[in-house]
Design a protein around this ligand. Structure first.
Ligand code: GTP
Ligand code: NA
Ligand code: MG
Length: 294
């Protein structure tokens, strides 16, 4: 594929790491800092993703996925959908390498398309020894830049915000090297990160868009439901006219609440309805066959 025909897109970044090593705190600090920096609207609810502008770069941003442990992420991973470009592995400086730290390392090693960044967290704590954690990581064959490897490592405190600018800068540099591009035109492909019923809006879903673009009035199919897009809302709560690849957006206009982790595709109204009828028929046939098996 001719890469020059594809538009640059924001990196999709997931924060992972052992329990209580500070993932949520770090994300909350990043999120509130970016809101304070003047993103439109306020964050009114948890929507599973948010965007942080890159300092000094017009039209550059990073899409962060919240709480990677949630069901959608597991479902997408099971389907082999590579939605994340960068994994930030959070390791608490006072705790060091723990079982879930190793799980993340295993996961990243299996996926050539994912770049790893290590964030040694809680450096504000008394007795925190980030250098010791670095040596322990090296012993686990994590080739950090500080030991002439190629894996960046930043020392941060999610609590005080120390080092978070450097973390964002590092993510931005890594993403630049990845040269992340996607087709803005052509078919839509996305994944549901979260979904729910919302008062006044009906069923809504936070969708991470991988390919194509979406605007109100477009028709989508997802699992056994469909939508004529009524409203698109950014993670920061503002109305969006068009969504592009690498961005997450809250979509309303669904007939029913779509499933977390399900794939989102587009089409004309008649194509979407025909595809949906086929899916429902297939589901019913499978159910009948299961009855026969039983
Ligand atoms: P799980 O989602 O349960 O896996 O935890 P988590 O990784 O999201 O950790 P969380 O952000 O909930 O933080 C766990 C505890 O560590 C909380 O008490 C935080 O206040 C504390 N904590 C997080 N980051 C820091 C930090 O940078 N410095 C200090 N001193 N405490 C921190
Ligand atoms: Na926690
Ligand atoms: Mg958490």
């Amino acid at each position: 594929q001719d890469k020059s025909k594809l538009a640059l897109r924001p990196p999709v970044v997931t924060i992972m790491g052992h329990v209580d090593h500070g993932k949520t705190t770090l994300l909350d600090t990043l999120r509130s800092a970016s809101v304070a920096k003047g993103e439109a609207g306020g964050i009114t609810q948890h929507i599973g993703a948010f965007s942080v502008p890159v300092k000094g770069e017009v039209d550059r941003s990073i899409t962060f996925l919240d709480t990677p442990g949630h069901a959608a992420f597991t479902a997408m991973r099971a389907r082999g959908a590579g939605v994340t470009d960068v994994v930030v592995l959070v390791v608490a400086a006072d705790d060091g390498i723990m079982p879930q730290t190793r799980e993340v390392l295993d996961l990243v090693r299996k996926d050539d398309n994912v770049k790893l960044i290590v964030a040694i967290n809680k450096i504000d704590k008394l007795g925190a020894d980030p250098e010791k954690v670095e040596r322990a990581l090296l012993a686990e064959d994590v080739q950090l830049e500080s030991f002439d490897g190629d894996i960046p490592c930043v020392h941060v405190s999610g609590l005080t915000g120390k080092g978070l600018d450097q973390l964002v800068e590092t993510i931005s540099l890594v993403a630049e090297m990845q040269d992340l591009r996607a087709e803005k035109e052509g078919p839509v492909q996305g994944y549901v990160l979260e979904s729910r019923m919302q008062k006044g809006l009906g069923p809504v879903a936070t969708v991470l868009l991988l390919r194509g673009s979406m605007s109100p009035g477009n028709h989508l199919i997802c699992g056994n439901t469909w939508a004529k897009i009524r409203r698109l809302t950014s993670p920061a709560g503002s109305t969006v006219k068009t969504v592009y690849p690498g961005e997450a957006v809250v979509v309303s206009g669904w007939k029913e609440v779509p499933g977390a982790g399900d794939e989102v595709l587009n089409g004309t109204e008649s194509a979407v309805k025909k595809a949906l009828a086929n899916r429902i028929r297939k589901t019913e046939t499978e159910a009948t066959l299961q009855d026969v098996d039983a």
